[in-house]
Design a protein around this ligand. Structure first.
Ligand code: UDX
Ligand code: UDX
Length: 450
């Protein structure tokens, strides 16, 4: 089928690459000329494992442009994957979505086109996008709006797309559901040949399709993200109790997660969640509920607990060092999680600023996100160090904020000897306390003793 993707970001580009790999003819449109130039040169503007391999593998089915007139006419499906960042009050900023919908409406071809909201949008916006499309659509041809929420995790986006747990499609129009079923058939049947660099998981069977109405599909996205965010905040709340009663939070998480009704994933305690989705989606969900005079205390609590985790890093350092003014604190890891260069709502940014507010000096490092960091966080760029060793040099404490493999595997003893105080705060409970102690460190865990 002919597919148009509007917005070649973390979600749009991954979706386009996967659909092209499945054999569809995909044209990606983006208003960022530089990005389009990079993509035409076969380079990915984002750090996503295997994405460049997939772009190369599916290149014959992929074209990139900044022109809607080139990309939209004749497409069977048009995906909107432009960013919907949060406004200060927590509601999503839909200006990009509405301008994209207008441009799509103006360029729709003569046939039947399914316009799909891939961007996370407030529940009920499907009808709003429909209204914008109708307003802008002057030519012949018909269209219908559908929702097809994404569930991909950055850093695992390709496998989460090709080997997804489920495909959710929402529309109030049976024809659109039919088109999307055909589009995703190879994923549903798992009938495609797996890419050599990303084999099909053992025992992977057919993928369930949830075909429902627009509002339900949109709410599934929010419910899933809010629950994942809640699960993480829950184990972090338990972690605070563990710290007080001297329990081992890792053992507690393990023993809890082995209950098949709970599940072990997303029970990793630490500095908590960041990224472009959990914060934005929980805020949008609360805002939507408020429009109906509904409170969502559980979702709100997951946000409050998550914010508290970042404050806790500073509190722990203050407990240990007694004074933060004039101290030098090294933060290892800036991206919101490993295997991505995405800094959106990254805990490290918050922690660095809180430390600076208290008069501490910070030293910052990340194996992958430094170039993006320089561009997006100019006020903090002067504190970047090229190596972890440079971060450790004469510092009073190190905090592991993002659990990059590079940090887990490095020679910690080399860092201890150059620090003023060999203290390490394990923000993700992933370091081996006995190994760090032997390397000369005083090991602190964020929640509970290890
Ligand atoms: C976006 C939404 O933020 C997220 O809520 C949704 O779940 C998936 O799509 P993401 O892909 O991470 O997530 O956004 P981003 O990486 O910022 O990419 C958006 C792309 O759209 C950028 O490449 C940007 O240049 C492009 N864009 C933005 C347009 O082409 N036109 C616009 O008007 C605005
Ligand atoms: C999330 C959802 O997982 C995905 O389904 C949705 O489409 C987009 O949002 P993403 O934000 O890319 O994906 O990353 P994810 O792997 O979910 O991690 C989110 C945050 O939670 C990261 O900051 C990570 O460090 C943190 N996390 C994750 C924990 O603190 N503990 C965990 O056990 C898991």
């Amino acid at each position: 089928m002919k597919v148009c993707i509007v917005g070649t970001g973390y979600v749009g580009l991954t979706t386009g690459a996967c659909l092209a790999f499945l054999g569809h003819e995909v044209t990606c449109v983006d208003n960022n000329e530089a990005k389009v130039g990079m993509l035409r040169a076969g380079r990915s503007p984002i750090h996503e494992p295997y994405l460049e391999d997939l772009l190369a593998e599916a290149g014959h089915n992929l074209t990139y442009t900044t022109s809607y007139a080139e990309a939209v006419p004749g497409a069977d499906v048009v995906f909107i994957a432009v960013n919907t960042p949060s406004l200060p009050d927590g509601s999503p900023d839909l200006k990009y979505l509405s301008s994209a919908a207008e441009d799509i409406g103006r360029n729709l071809g003569p046939g039947f086109t399914v316009v799909v909201n891939k961007s996370t949008v407030p529940i009920g916006s499907g009808n709003w996008v429909d209204a914008i499309l109708r307003e802008a659509h002057t030519g012949e041809g018909e269209f219908s709006v559908a929702s097809n929420p994404e569930f991909l995790r950055e850093g695992a986006a390709i496998s989460d797309s090709l080997y997804t747990d489920r495909v959710v499609v929402g529309s109030d129009d049976a024809r659109s559901l039919e088109v999307l079923y055909t589009l995703y058939r190879p994923v549903l049947d798992q009938s495609f040949t797996a890419p050599p660099f990303l084999p099909r998981p053992e025992g992977m069977g057919a993928v369930p399709l949830v075909a429902t109405d627009l509002a339900s599909a949109e709410l599934i996205k929010y419910a899933a993200n809010a629950f994942l965010a809640l699960k993480i905040s829950f184990i972090n709340e338990i972690g605070q109790v563990a710290g007080k009663v001297g329990a081992d939070i890792i053992q507690v998480a393990k023993g809890t997660g082995l209950d098949s009704r709970i599940g072990s994933r997303f029970l990793q305690p630490g500095v908590g969640w960041g990224g472009s989705c959990f914060g934005k989606d929980t805020a949008a969900l609360i805002t939507t509920a408020r429009e109906y005079n509904l409170d969502m205390p559980i979702v709100q609590a997951s946000r409050d607990t998550n914010r508290r985790q970042r404050e806790l890093v500073v509190d722990k350092l203050l407990d240990e060092l007694r004074i933060l003014k004039g101290r030098t604190i090294g933060l290892l890891g800036l991206a919101f999680k490993p295997n991505t260069d995405d800094l959106r709502d990254a805990p490290a940014l918050d922690i660095a600023r809180r430390l600076i507010e208290r008069g501490a000096k910070v030293r910052l490092h990340d194996p992958v996100a430094m170039a993006r960091f320089r561009e997006e966080q100019p006020d903090l760029a002067p504190y970047l160090c090229d190596t972890a060793e440079a971060v450790a040099e004469s510092s009073d404490a190190l905090v592991l904020v993002t659990e990059w493999p590079q940090y887990l595997e490095m020679e910690w003893a080399k860092l201890a000897v150059v620090m003023r105080k060999p203290i390490v705060l394990d923000g993700r409970h992933v370091l081996d306390e006995s190994r760090l102690t032997r390397a000369g460190f005083r090991y602190l865990a964020l929640a509970g003793w290890r």
